[in-house]
Design a protein around this ligand. Sequence first.
Ligand SMILES: [Zn+2]
Length: 476
Amino acid sequence: MKMKFYLFTILSLMIITSAFAQGNLGMIALKGATIYDGNGKSIENGIIIIENERIVSLGDEELEIPENAQIIDVAGKYIMPGLIDAHIHFFQTAFFDSRPDAADLRDSIPLAEVVKYQKEHPERYYQAYLRSGITGVYDVGDYMWTLKFQKENDENPLAPHTASAGPLITPAPEQMIGIFDVNGESTFVHLGSEEIGRNAVIKNTEAGTTGIKVWGFSPKDADFVKNINAVAEEIINQDNKLIAHSTNLTEAKMAMELGAKLLVHSVEDTLIDDEFISLMKANKTLYNPTLIVKRGYYNTYNALLGNDFELSDPGKIVDAKTRNMLENASDFKKFLPDARIKALKSRLPAMDKSMNTGKEIMLKNLKRVYDEGGTIVVGTDAGNPGTLHGVSFYDEIETMQEAGIPASDLIIMATRNGAMAMERLDDFGTLEKGKYADLIVLENDPSENISNLRTITHVMRNGILRDVQDAEDFRP
Ligand SMILES: [Zn+2]
């Protein structure tokens, strides 16, 4: 009899535990935190009521909590929407194995193998994203296979919501981009003619891409101008949007003249001017400064050469494969020809210097866009060497803060604006009734200093609250 009782108790505990893991506990009320809703509003001593995967209501202490709700006391803490990284690439590993154009290690690991692994194991980065508080990512240039994550990840509470722009269109020479053609798929389309451009836009749109990314603009090349005009026109025909990789002022202006809705890099060659600002306003172009990615390359070159290198991952949440690769980067040095190593070594000091100058310009430009009322998003370019999926977000947003943007506004850029870029603001990005219950709980106030994002204790994705310290709880 006693035995049976125990068995019954254990069984019911198991049912409760698994029900909780699936988020079916019914109604939850998070009570007592200061809430930042992502729209610029804050509620002290707030209450958020969540049912299943959605927010039912939120308000101050007066808000009535339904009797059947499970109350979770979060007094003294801070709650804000989950973070959005609006610039990532799933095919990239944060090391040179996915960027042979930067350091060719294909003798060690063929690119086809790397990309195949990335395709089959996107979950490799999900844990680092969620445990960093990132509940949405925008892949702005990748292989077609990333498109399936758009729907798939919505219903997977162990993954960030995902938008993907698919293969990029570029004027870059075929021999340069051909390196990325593997397993019968491409991540670049060479813009060889108007027809190729139009077809790429149609193909991507029909496949369901969120945006069409153009990588590089050549305003002085008459053929390019003709071809890109066709692309821009077709993007409008297809009701898609132009995303631009353009890092200098002339090219960024050209992109906006063509209707670009999202600039995924800063203008870094010179200070932006009035014309840039008016084009940005007329187009409602979103500005993603992407400040730290070059420094990531520099750090990883140093790692490869055996110089000082430190992985920026205080919470120890980077996946073992990535950690292993970066911490043992110098093992790959033997795959580079001596001449290449020599050239790299001699180039690094100049690279360092030009990055410092570039950073100064980028910060000034970011501040100007901010002062002019432009809409800014936060994106890291994660996956590029040294820019780690998930954890690099903190470095990026802290660098944005250095430009002089108040932390309270950085909160909006990191949440609502990112969801706008992903075209998903109706579903997430702010804490509002009816939206996905995607939020983070912080120990310290993010509106005082954006570094306080690092004090994250919990992340909620689709209504399921998890302790970010508990690695096991993020395993599929
Ligand atoms: Zn990128």
